[in-house]
Design a protein around this ligand. Structure first.
Ligand code: BG6
Ligand code: MG
Length: 219
């Protein structure tokens, strides 16, 4: 029986991929590396350091550890500029209602995100209190598809992995959930996310958590 919900942040609760894109593209441009939407797609769910390594790899550029740290700090400063104005209006459709209904139904709720900016983002959009546990990039080191972030989320909720359902928008995140032996509902394009137990376009598709989870368990 599913007792807990684990939510990815970027792309599930808020659409921050467009801001990560702006910041990484600015860095790539300064380094003379091509970086388009296709490349950005491949970085969804991937940690900051792993994202940098991939971009440098695409450009065939080798940097010292100090230079890498400087670019990550610079990229994050540009990203923070982008998200400075973020507010509750940027919460994706149906998410607030789904979270409130899930809590009313007694389900436990955790965040499982690779982002080190998760807490300030949740504060800014007014959803910090919707979570019983927060596991983010400041807590775990292994990048998705490693299941560490979700296993730690389940542990903090006091639940077994098989009692949890993960909501993910990234291929790497779906893989992480499945590797952790959890149910997974993907949010987005079924062409990329077909490995999940179910794919939805948005939370508007599943207004009732209990009904959704029951259907998942009988698959
Ligand atoms: C993930 C995003 O949630 O967090 C990635 O999908 C991002 O694109 C990663 O790189 C790390 O985020 P941050 O905020 O710590 O740079
Ligand atoms: Mg995501």
């Amino acid at each position: 029986m599913i007792r807990g919900l684990l939510f990815d942040l970027d792309g599930v609760i808020v659409d921050t991929a467009k801001y990560h894109f702006v910041a990484w593209q600015r860095m790539a441009a300064e380094l003379g590396i091509h970086f388009g939407h296709e490349e950005n797609e491949q970085l969804k769910g991937i940690s900051r350091v792993e994202s940098l390594e991939r971009i440098l790899g695409w450009g065939g550029i080798a940097l010292s550890p100090e230079e890498k740290q400087r670019w990550m700090d610079q990229k994050n400063a540009w990203y923070l500029d982008c998200i400075a104005q973020m507010g509750p209006d940027e919460i994706l459709p149906g998410v607030s209602e789904f979270l409130a209904e899930a809590r009313a139904q007694g389900l436990l709720i955790a965040l499982g995100s690779a982002s080190k900016n998760a807490v300030p983002i949740l504060e800014r959009i007014g959803l910090l209190d919707a979570f019983d546990a927060i596991v983010d990039g400041t807590v775990v080191s292994a990048s998705k598809p490693n299941p560490e972030v979700f296993l730690e989320g389940a542990r903090r909720l006091g639940l077994l992995a098989e009692e949890c359902c993960v909501f993910e928008d990234a291929e790497a995140g779906v893989e992480a959930a499945l590797a952790g032996n959890m149910y997974c509902i993907a949010v987005g394009n079924p062409d990329h996310l077909g490995a999940a137990h179910r794919v939805i376009q948005s939370f508007v598709d599943i207004p009732d958590p209990a009904e959704t989870l029951l259907a998942l368990e009988t698959l």
